[in-house]
Write a protein that binds this ligand. Structure first.
Ligand SMILES: Cc1cc2nc3c(=O)[nH]c(=O)nc-3n(C[C@H](O)[C@H](O)[C@H](O)COP(=O)(O)O)c2cc1C
Length: 154
């Protein structure tokens, strides 16, 4: 089954998790590009303020997802919400396949709420979700619950 993983990553953790999930699924990776949060300390504050206020940035177009039968969408948690580039991508209402799974990474707090927001934005209230901490991902292992998540994707 053709599977893709669309994600955004500011500091590399979500990218690492996307890579770990891609292996068992044989998935293609598509990273959302966004120039608003570059290097430098100010970017952290800009990201936090944007996330709280819902100020959604410009994001680069992604390759066509036509023909993808299963899609995972991944985001870092920013102040309890999915990072704004993922929200911006979903706001453009890309066509999504029937099978959608969602994942978030965080240092610890706000993953449940962020997953709920992703479900709402994707229009998939029952989609399987996976949350991982930076520590788990940094150690190069899939988080607890990954097996159930992968199985629930169908
Ligand atoms: C602006 C900003 C806000 C964040 N807010 C939270 C938060 O509310 N809860 C949390 O546990 N981690 C928070 N973090 C930490 C990130 O969610 C965590 O480092 C994530 O794994 C980073 O993913 P990335 O490396 O793919 O960008 C925040 C990080 C940033 C930059």
């Amino acid at each position: 089954m053709r599977t893709a993983i669309v994600y955004y990553s500011f500091t590399g953790t979500t990218r690492a998790l996307a890579g770990m999930l891609a292996a068992p699924l044989g998935a293609e990776l598509a990273e959302i590009g966004c120039g608003r949060y570059g290097a430098g300390g100010l970017s952290f504050f800009r990201a936090a303020v944007d996330s709280v206020l819902g100020l959604l940035p410009e994001v680069a177009p992604l390759p066509q997802l036509a023909g993808v039968e299963r899609l995972l969408i991944g985001a870092p948690v920013w102040v309890g919400r999915p990072a704004t580039p993922v929200r911006a991508w979903l706001r453009a209402r890309p066509p999504l396949p029937a099978r959608v799974g969602l994942f978030v990474t965080a240092s610890g707090e706000g993953t449940g709420r962020a997953l709920e927001e992703l479900r709402r934005l994707a229009g998939r209230p029952g989609a399987p979700g996976l949350a991982a901490t930076e520590a788990e991902t940094g150690a190069g292992r899939l988080p607890g619950g990954a097996d159930a998540f992968l199985a629930a994707l169908g």
